[in-house]
Write a protein that binds this ligand. Sequence first.
Ligand code: C2O
Ligand code: CU
Length: 550
Amino acid sequence: AKIHMHRWDVRYEFKSPDCYKKLTITINGKSPGPTILAQQGDTVIVEVTNSLDTENLAIHWHGIRQIGSPWSDGAEGVTQCPIVPGDTFNYRFVVDRPGTYMYHAHYGMQREAGLYGSIQVSLPDGEVEPFVYDYDRSIILTDWYHNSTYEQAAGLSSVNFVWVGEPHSLLIQGRGRFNCSMVTDQSVCNVTNPECSPYFLTAVPGKVYRLRIGSLTALSALSFQIEGHNMTVVEADGHYVEPFEVSNLFIYSGETYSVLVKADQDPLKNYWMTTSIVSRNSTTPPALAILNYYPNHPRKPPPTPPPVGPAWNDVAARLEQSRSVKAHHGYIHTPPPNSDRAIVMLNTQNKINGRVRWSVNNVSHDFPTTPYLISMRKNIKGVFDQKPSPDILPGYNNYNIYSVANNTNATAASSIYRLKFNSTVDVILQNANTMTKNNSETHPWHLHGHDFWVLGYGTGKFDPDEDPQKYNLVNPIMKNTAPLHPFGWTALRFVANNPGVWAFHCHIESHFYMGMGTAFEEGIEKVRKLPSKIMGCGRTRGRKLKTIVK
Ligand code: C2O
Ligand code: CU
C-alpha cells in the first residue's frame, strides 16, 4: 500500500464560479479543490495549512470511516478542536474500501463557501468492478449563494429569523451561470469570465463513461439529467448497486452515485447535462454543462433546448428511486437479522428561546466547545449535557406528524447517544410537518464513521409493529447518507463497532447549523491515545498546560 502526501493551503480568494465575483474558500487556489486519488488500503496524509487569517477550519473526509483514526474525521466539536489561523494540521487516514467519496469543510457553514472536492478510491491491482466502462470522470454538484456564510449564520440564529432563501445558482463541478443582467455593476458579474464557462465532458462516440456524481449542496435536493441519454446506476456511497436505469438521477446532499453513460447518440452534435432543484419550489435556474461528442467543439452549445427536470413536488418519484437502490447481487452484506436497540428520531422544527431551530425528539443540538472525543476519552467532566437524548419522544404515539409542530418544550442541548460497543442499532428517522402549514421537507441524514443498511423508506407515520415486518433484510444497500422524504420515514441499521464519537446529522448546512444533528459514542475506552494536535480548545487547553508544567 502506498502513502499519498498532499499539502494544502486553504485561503480566501475572489472567484467567479457563476460569473459573479465572490470571496471563496480555495485549496491551493482552487474550488473545487484537488481530487484525491488512491487505491484501496493506501494511506492518505493531508497537511492542511489554515491561511484564512481570521477564521478557524476543519475538514471532513465524507464516507471514509476512519477506523483506528477517529481524530482524523475532521468534525469540529466532535473529533477535534478547530485548526486556528496560521496553524498546520495533519489528517492521516487509510482508505479501506474502493468507491466514490468526498471531502468538505466541517466548521461553521464553511462548506458552502467553496471548500470541497472528490475522493476516488480504486480497487487493488487485478480486481475488477461488476460493470465495465472505458473512462472514469467525477463531478460534484453544489448550490451557490452570493452572500457570506456569516450573513447567513447571523440571520438563522437571530430572534428576527432571516432564512437563507434559495441559492443564487447551481454549480456543476464548480461552474454555473448567474444572470448578470440582474447586476448593475458589470465588474462584479461578467459572463465572459472563463471561470464560469460551463463544465464539459468530452466523450468519444461509442465509449462508455463512468460518471461519479456527488452532491454537496448547502440546501437543495437535485435532479441530474443528460439530454438524450439514460444513466445506469451502479454505485452508491461506495457500494455496488444492482444496476437500474434512470433518465434523471435524484441526488441529495452528502450522497454519491456512479452512473454509466454510453455515448451512443448522433455524434454530430453536443448534448446538455443539467441539474435542477427538486423538493422545494425554487426560483433558482438549472445549471448547464455540456456532453461533448468528440470531435465537436467542446464549447459549442447543443442546438436543442436543455431537458426539463422532473416536477419539484413529485415526492412519489423520488421515493421510488430511493427504494430502487439495492445492493448488487454479488456484493450483498447481510445485516444482522435483529437490532439490540431502536431509536426513533422525530424530526421537527421548533422555536426555542424565540429562535427557529430543528430538533430530534425535542432536542436541538448545540456543540460543546470541548470536542466529545477528547472529553470522553480523557474523562474531562462537565463539558456537555450528560442526560442522554431520548430513544423516542415521550408521547410519540399521540404525535400527529401532519399538524404544525407545536413542541414548546423543545430544548437546545449538547446531549448525545451512547451505544453499547458492537451492538446493532436501528435508527428510524420520522419526518413531520414544519412550523408552516402543509409543509414537510427533505432531510438527507449522514452518519460519520460507518455505513448503515437502508432497511426501508415509508410514507406517513412509522408503525413499530407493522413496518419492521417489511424491512428489506435480503439485499439492502449500505450507504452513509440517506434521504428522509417529506411526511415519511427512513429506517437504518448499523453496527456500533468503530471506537470513537461520530456525528449524525442532516446534511443541509443551515439545518445542521440550526441544531439538526446529534452524535453517537461507542467503545470510547478502545480509542488509542489521542494525538495532542487535536487539542487546544475549551477544557482541553488547561489539560495540555498541566502536562507541560509537569
Ligand atoms: Cu459531509 Cu458531517 O458531513
Ligand atoms: Cu434537514
